[in-house]
Design a protein around this ligand. Structure first.
Ligand code: NAD
Ligand code: MG
Length: 404
């Protein structure tokens, strides 16, 4: 603990988002254990102001310098001595802040990579929601965790579930060494699991963001509708649990009651069940290896009733197959996949690309960009940038073809 109040300092990167606000909700229930060290947001200064008033962090960060200066004035007027910084340097300062013991990495997309890595390099307990950071940098990220003595705890509900069902494992041991046969990653199938395929081209961002079981940010909601989210999660699972995609089986489970499972060589399957509420994995990662109340409704196992399982349909969800293709290609292919997906999803959200063209843009980008075995983060970012350029061109081409 960096300060003498006996409290654990927690920084929340992406505090104004869905995971960020859930984290603040859990922290507010345990003010006797945790102190909020730093909070960051991209543009939502109104919400960040409200969060600062409630949690009184030492540091707050916004994307633009002008917004940061305005927030600094408002906070001073409100009697708070929170310092406000901006831009990438501000984010890294928040991630490295000496008074923060834990860092919640809850920025969405590639924008979270450098601040999340900064938290890793500062040896923090890193609670990872920002799966894109790990998908982009894979081995580099995991090597930095090891080298810097950081603690990595998964927040993604599936990976948190797997973490809870896994046996302890010495560094370097394989899954087989501890009797694990495979990981069963559950997926709800999103809002279009049963929509006729012929109707998918016309679905709107509003329909795609209306997830049946979870309330989340817009990008991950679209990823859930295409099942790219599950593709990114397979990649995430391979790195977090040091295994290969052959040992990760995706299972459709529409109720989202089981958050994932671990299958053992003796035939045992351990499952993690809870209501679909991100406060469950967040409280787990904060309290680990202990337990504390999360604020989530307990799961009523009788009322929840059925547990259904299905094989995912790769014709309906081509993004899942593209993710497997990128894992098999290795190197920066998963960063290219992620970048192309971010561009395609943003274009869909801005109504410049139909839903069914999302996988087309990603596939065309994977075909066009050359992958490398990256020697560092800069090499990953170079391929990420190239993929964004190519994907944007594919989106524009699509729009010009579709024009009347
Ligand atoms: P969100 O869109 O609700 O929030 C994103 C946060 O990141 C906001 O605070 C925003 O201000 C900040 N942000 C956005 N762009 C930024 C930029 N360029 N620079 C700095 N900050 C920026 O997203 P979310 O749903 O909370 O998801 C956050 C991450 O957690 C994603 O990686 C997502 O995949 C993962 N995740 C989310 C959920 C969930 O339930 N929402 C579940 C599992 C994993
Ligand atoms: Mg998930």
């Amino acid at each position: 603990m960096a300060e003498n109040d006996g409290l654990i300092g927690v920084t929340v990167l992406g505090a104004t988002g869905s995971v960020g606000m859930n984290t603040l909700d859990v922290l507010a229930r345990h003010r006797d254990r945790y102190r909020v060290a730093a909070l960051t947001a991209h543009t939502d200064s109104e919400r960040l102001f409200a969060c600062c008033r409630e949690h009184r962090p030492e540091l707050a960060v916004l994307g633009r310098a002008g917004d940061a200066a305005a927030l600094q004035d408002r906070l001073r007027e409100a009697g708070l001595d929170t310092q406000v910084l901006s831009g990438p340097e501000g984010l890294e300062a928040a991630a490295r802040l000496p008074s923060a013991d834990y860092v919640m990495a809850a920025i969405v997309g590639a924008a979270g990579l450098l601040p999340t890595l900064a938290a890793v390099r500062a040896g923090k307990r890193v609670m990872l929601a920002n799966k894109e950071a790990l998908v982009m940098t894979g081995r580099i990220f995991m090597d930095e965790v090891e080298r810097c003595g950081a603690e990595l705890l998964p927040i993604d509900s599936e990976h948190n579930a797997v973490f809870q069902c896994m046996p302890p494992r010495a560094a370097g041991a394989d899954l087989e060494d501890v009797g694990v046969e495979r990981i069963l990653l559950t997926a709800s199938g999103g809002p279009f699991r049963t929509t006729p395929l012929s109707e998918l081209h016309a679905v709107t961002p509003e329909q795609a963001c209306a997830h049946p079981n979870w309330v989340m940010g817009r990008k991950i909601s679209v990823d859930s509708a295409t099942m790219m989210n599950k593709g990114l999660e397979v990649i995430e699972a391979c790195w977090l649990f040091r295994t290969t995609p052959e040992r990760v089986r995706v299972v459709l489970h529409p109720q989202s009651t089981i958050h994932s499972m671990v299958e053992y060589v003796d035939g045992s399957i351990l499952a993690h069940l809870a209501t679909p509420d991100m406060r469950v994995p967040i409280a787990h990662a904060l309290a680990w290896p202990g337990r504390m109340r999360s604020g989530a409704e307990p799961l009523d196992i009788v009322a929840s009733g059925r547990l259904d399982f299905e094989e995912p349909d790769l014709e309906r969800f081509p993004c899942l197959a593209l993710a497997y293709r990128a894992i098999a290609a290795g190197g920066t292919a998963t960063a290219v996949l992620n970048a192309a997906n971010e561009v395609a999803v943003q274009s869909f959200l801005e109504r410049r690309l139909p839903f069914t063209a999302i996988p087309q843009v990603i596939e065309a980008t994977l075909d066009a960009v050359e992958f490398h075995a990256p020697d560092g983060v800069d090499a990953v970012l170079a391929d990420d940038a190239q993929a964004r350029t190519v994907a944007a061109r594919m989106v524009a081409r699509h729009a010009s073809r579709a024009a009347p």
